[in-house]
Structures are given as C-alpha cells and as structure tokens.
Design a protein around this ligand. Sequence first.
Ligand SMILES: [Zn+2]
Length: 454
Amino acid sequence: MTKDKKAVVEAVEKHKDNLIQISDSIWALAETAFEESISSKLLADYAEKNGMTVTRGVADIPTAFVATFGSGKPVISVLGEFDALPGLSQNTVPNKDPRVDGAPGHGCGHNMFGAASLGAALAIKEQIEAGKIQGTVKFLGTPAEEKFFGKVWMVEAGLWDDVDVNVSWHPSAQIEADVQSGLSLIDFMIEFYGQAAHASSDPWNGRSAADALELYTTGINYYREHIKPTSRIHYHIQDGGQVVNVVPDYARLWVRVRDPKREVMLPTFERVKAMAEGAAIMANVEYKYSLISGIYETLVNREGGKIMQNNLELLGPITYTEEETAFGKAIQEATGKPQVGMDGEIHPLKETEALPGGGSTDVGDVSWNVPNINLGVTVAPKGTPWHSWAVVACGGMSIGHKGMVYASKAMGMTMFDLFDDPKLVEKVKDEYITRKGDVKYEAMIDGPPPIPGK
Ligand SMILES: [Zn+2]
C-alpha cells in the first residue's frame, strides 16, 4: 500500500470510534423513511463539525442533505443511507429478541451505510486539505431508500449534475466490488370507492370496495402465469374494510412490479394497472390509481469495479474473533443455515450477470445520471436472511462495526484513486457513456416527495 493510501486508512481509523458511535446511535433510533430526522442530523452535524459545508433539507426532503469540501474538478461523491425497516426491532443477541415489540430496526444495515460513507468523505477531505489531491468531495445524505426511494427526487433536483463519479456501498454477507445490476421497479397505489351499507339488513344497497380489491388481486394472481420468469409482482393490502357487518366503501392496496429490465417491467406494469379498471367494473365501484415512484435498474461499471477490487486486495480480508464467529454460527443455527460463520474473504471480481436476481435500489437512478462504483461488505453471517432480525443484531455489534470501518476505508481508497489519476475517471466515464447508450433518463415520479404529515 502506498503512503498516500495508508494516510486514507489512518484518517478513517482516527474517526473510527466516532463513526461507530454514530452508527450505533442510528441503529438504536431506527427511524424509517423520510422520518430520519435525528439520524440525518447526527451525520450532517459530524460532517459540519469536521469542516465540511453542509446544506440541509435539499430536494424538498427535510432529512436529505449534502456535505461538500474542496473546489473544482474532479467532483467525487459518496452516498449515505440511514433509514430503518418497520417491525424489525432486535437486541444484539443471536436469537430473535425485539428491543421494543413491533418497533423498526436496521434490517438492511443502513445505520452502517451512512456512517461508513461519511468516514470515507472525511478521509478524502483531509487529503485535499493536506494538498495531496485536488477537487471536490461531496457526501450525499440520501433518505428513504427502503420505502419511497428518496434518491429519485434528489436526482431530479440535480444534486449529481456536477459530479464526475459516484461511489457507494451496501452492507452484505460478503466482500465484493459489486458489478451486478438490480431490478427496476414501479410502485403505485390502487384505491377502490364503493357504497357502505349494513352487511346483513340491506346489503343490496352496498357496493363493496373490498370485492373489487379481491377481484383485482385474483386477476393479478392469474396473470402471474403469463409474465416473464424474471418479473415479480407484489401487493400489500393496506385497507380492506374495518368490520364484518359493514359493506366496505373503501379499500386500498400498494402494488409493485419489478424486472431486471425496464423495457420488460413497464408493459407488465401497464397490464397490472389496467386490471384495476376491470375489478372496479365487476364490483360496480370507482377506483383511483396513483403513482408512488419507480426506480431504474443499476448501470454497472466494471472499470470502477476493478479500481475497487484492487483496493479490497490491498486491504485484505476481515478476520473475526472466536466470540464473533460463535455469534454468527448461533444466528445461522437459529435461522436454519449451515453454521459456517462470516465470509470475510476477498473473492475475484465476478462476471456481470445478464439477469441479476435480488432486490432493487434507488442507487439505480443515480447510476443513470453519473458513473457509479459499488461495493458490498460483510456485516452479517453467510446465508442469513436479509431484512431480518439477524442483520439488525449484527449491525449493532462488532461484526457490523468491522464491516462498516472496512467499507469506509475501501471507498476512501477508491475515491483517492479517482482524485489522483484523471485517466481512471476517464475510463470509468467512457464505460458509463457506452453502457448508457441513447437512453434518456426520465424519473418515474409524479409530483413532490411524499413527506409524512405534509
Ligand atoms: Zn439496503
């Protein structure tokens, strides 16, 4: 490792205890989408205290912020998420044990996400300050990844317009320079409006919104047989009426359609959307469609992946204590997985799969507007169910802390490379331009961000 890279690693080490404290505080707060006021403040305050210029409440989102340092080109940004998931509250023990019954928890590790990225930004800030590199570092606090996809509004607000390359990571069960895409998706709400009546004495006066809802989901479930095997349709019934003796005059469901390719997802979405009209006709009720938001599949960048891979190899594997391995194995036992502990090894850079499985992320929208380099780092045992208590448990103790600090260093080193060598930035940009082709990015949103209580 060069002296300069060692300085980046040492800068992260210097902030390590504070980053862990921030990560643990966000873990305990477990604030959900667009309500991450204290979590966002903890990160923004620390950036400000350490000399970055902070703008809060960007893109009409109270919990979104930008912290910058330096001036001129290149502009390298790094993303920090910090929202939790409902219902996943958990203590730092290797068996299901909520801290507060029914409360949210960090089942996707976003408490570590924001803290690690901030550490990388500060490490770079200090290298700019020391005169080793020139340019601008930008840390973007990006709320509501789990529900509304806050980055889509941030992209619309032009927050990446001046950025040359964006760097991001995600907590994972393995260390990898991530060169896989994700699934594009669209989220929408269907509401049915009928006529209430007594369910027994005058049901003929009623028109049931719940009937329409049931007919609608039946239609969706028949349609499943005819969609591409790569596509997914999910729905969440949010309101199906209140009591058994009233014909419900209102019903609502939240629907999501996904596919690795937008051109497959969009026609499937159009069919699912149209079925609501059929259901409304059958039940003789009215319906309303509202778009929530949609996200793009991620545009991968292999040139960026190679830079990241090189830094992972320089950093080497994460090693675990006997206690940590025992903790991991206990989680694997509790979740019915082979008891192999954590995977802290560095694996070779993978091929990019044509059709990735897995989830979706609003990093996708960023990746169609600026080249994006992605990283995954181990914060949980191998095979552990994601979005579960198991991830929450690890994210609040040393297994998570180790992954978080490691991610901070790997991103800091990769950002340093980009500042240090303009040819690398060009290579990453060239690949981005080729992969993007003639696609014109258009955000799949309709109106302002749905801030609760606004
Ligand atoms: Zn996540």
